[in-house]
Design a protein around this ligand. Structure first.
Ligand code: ATP
Ligand code: MG
Length: 587
């Protein structure tokens, strides 16, 4: 195969696109791989589509290799199945809904659990038919609140989603293990630096669930790893190990103190150390109980205020909070809403007016560290006043706990005595044991060996196929441009002919033909009136792993072969060039 730069549909750009925040986005646009069509929606250009095709082929090969069978559902789906599982509503603003000319409701599929479940129900009825693993590589639509970083978080994107159907829990375990192993092979072939972490199961429901995160500073996911044991989890899934309850028989009675001008934790800590110093150690933010008000936007459209109590030295982690409450969305409580609750005194809100049984009637959930017997400095619900030695379980009783506080470097491991370290990543794959939730909702049952109807148990497994392209680019670029790993590069060799000499173009064309005859994919820069400087810049930007120059050296019978990654150059006699390059390409 020969792609000729003189006719290839590509325009490389010298300037970064204004809206691109991450290197992969900038480079994929500049090198002519993708173009934006609308926010979070992109067009693949010929070079981009070639990389996409290779990524897709890797995923398909590895899914076929474990015995999963490919199908393809429509992207345009009827409402009813999603109504049956509650997701028509649960997805809230997250999906695209539309109507046909008769007023019938449809959606553009964000993921296809319902459709796969119904398909198996349609055709299978016996335990003898199971297990079965089905997958598709298909376009998904999600009206993401924050489309970002080009193809990394799109509103239209390609996912490989597979689903396993088993009659027994042991069967589900085995299906899950097979998918997990296939994912290792897929991500190894992508050349990802990745980690597998425990995950929450989100809108899908279900139990065991892990994510494959490509390590990346530009990632939106934060995960933790223990420095002593093998615990690794998305911060959304971290469950803080609560301290043991503290005896409080000897605790002093709570007392309200004057704390003028202390609307923030720092001002409160400073004032406390100055006015009410402790004997043993200074007060810190961790001694204060901060109460944060938010408004929950439930999927059915109703709104509910919620108070979250957490140690004052920690912020609320929005993603952890949303993860806990999914599919409900969370907004900060604005001034107008705050004003509707007269019991709440901004900056001095305390447990005294929080909780469903309290003056405000606002549900009050606290961080798991707020265990019985812990003593706090917190708002006294009067301007300029805080209450000291307020004891949890004695002076206030929250409605429950919530994992919403940020997880920090050095936090204790939930599983051992070690400490946690945080890092960032991009979710590339997700494996879930869904269990019987969807099968129950859609009544997928088969006859077991005793002729009894049993509910099928399912797994669901996703890979971000379109996302993989920018994520590979994130891990494989330098200041000059992209540097594709060989297995996904848009071509094997970028052949550059330089100068005006007809002999150069003849030799280059002949080399391109010989390579192509050997099955090597050649991107041939045959543009007659383009300077060598521009051609090299384009080659470096486009990032094919091997760049071959036919130019001045031809007078001495040589071509130059450059490794794009190392920059290493080798002179090769033109007569040997084809054989030499076949060797390079085949490794
Ligand atoms: P995220 O947490 O990043 O929003 P998710 O948990 O909603 O992802 P899943 O429903 O598990 O995603 O989808 C399976 C895979 O599809 C993800 O692991 C990810 O690689 C990919 N994916 C999900 N959303 C997007 C998107 N908006 N754009 C591109 N790829 C996506
Ligand atoms: Mg996920």
């Amino acid at each position: 195969m020969i792609l000729r730069m003189s006719t290839l549909f590509v325009r490389t750009l010298r300037e970064d696109p204004a809206d691109a925040e991450v290197p992969s986005h900038r480079l994929l646009v500049r090198a002519g791989y993708i173009r934006r069509a609308a926010p979070g929606i992109y067009t693949w250009l010929p070079l981009g589509l070639r990389v996409f095709g290779k990524v897709e082929a890797i995923v398909r090969e590895e899914m076929d290799a474990i015995g999963a069978q490919e199908v393809r559902f429509p992207a345009l789906l009827p409402r009813e199945p999603y109504e049956a599982t509650g997701r028509w509503t649960d997805y809230g603003d997250g999906i695209f809904r539309l109507q046909d000319r008769k007023g019938g409701d449809y959606l553009l599929g964000p993921t296809h659990e319902e459709m796969f479940t119904l398909l198996v129900k349609d055709l299978y009825s016996s335990y003898k038919d199971l297990p079965v693993w089905l997958y598709q590589i298909q376009t998904k639509y999600r009206d993401e609140a924050r489309p970002r970083a080009g193809l990394i978080r799109g509103r239209e994107f390609t996912m490989k989603d597979s689903y396993s159907f088993d009659t027994t829990d042991a069967g589900l375990e085995a299906s899950y293990a097979a998918h997990r192993a296939a994912y290792h092979r897929i991500f190894d072939r992508f050349g990802f630096d990745y980690v597998v972490v425990q995950a929450t199961s989100g809108a899908m429901g279900g139990s065991a669930s892990e994510e494959f995160l490509a390590r990346s500073e530009v990632g939106e996911d934060t995960y933790v790893r223990c420095t002593s044991c093998d615990y690794a989890a998305n911060v959304e899934a971290v469950q803080v190990r609560p301290p043991s309850p503290v005896p409080f028989d000897d605790a002093p009675a709570a007392h309200v103190e004057d704390t003028p001008d202390t609307p923030t934790i720092q001002t409160l800590v400073d004032h406390s150390n100055a006015a009410y110093p402790r004997d043993d150690r200074p007060w810190t933010g961790a001694d204060t109980l901060k109460n944060v008000l938010v408004v929950l936007k439930h999927a059915d459209g109703t709104r509910e205020p919620l108070a979250i109590g957490l140690p004052g030295d920690r912020e609320v982690d929005q993603k952890r909070l949303e993860g806990m409450l999914e599919p409900t969305e969370v907004e900060p409580m604005d001034e107008a809403e705050l004003a509707r609750h007269p019991a709440l005194v901004k900056g001095y809100i305390g447990p005294g007016v929080l909780g469903t049984e309290s003056a405000s009637g606002i549900r009050y959930l606290v961080d798991p560290r707020v265990v019985e017997g812990t003593r706090w400095i917190t708002g006294a619900d009067e301007r300029g006043h805080h209450v000291y030695d307020l004891v949890a379980g004695r002076d206030f009783t929250p409605d429950g706990t919530i994992e919403a506080a940020e997880v920090r470097d050095g936090d204790p491991c939930p599983r051992c005595d070690g400490t946690l370290q945080t890092a960032r990543g991009i979710e590339m794959g997700h494996v879930f044991q869904l269990g019987r939730k969807y099968a129950e909702a859609l009544d997928l049952k088969v006859l077991d060996e005793h002729g009894k109807l049993v509910t099928v148990t399912m797994g669901s497994y996703g890979v971000g196929v379109s996302r993989a392209v920018p994520v590979i680019a994130e891990g494989n670029h330098d200041k000059l441009g992209l540097v594709w790993p060989r297995e996904v590069a848009p071509a094997d060799v970028h052949l550059v002919a330089t100068g005006k000499d007809a002999a150069v173009f003849e030799a280059a064309a002949a080399l391109a033909e010989s390579l192509s005859a050997e099955g090597v994919e050649v991107l041939y820069d045959d543009r007659p009136k383009v300077s060598p400087g521009v051609k090299f810049k384009d080659a470096e930007l486009i990032g094919v792993p091997t760049i071959v120059t036919v130019g001045r050296g031809l007078a001495d019978g040589n071509v130059e072969v450059m490794d794009r990654r190392s920059g290493e150059r080798t002179e090769v006699p033109v007569g040997d060039a084809a054989a030499y390059l076949v060797g390079v390409v085949r490794g």
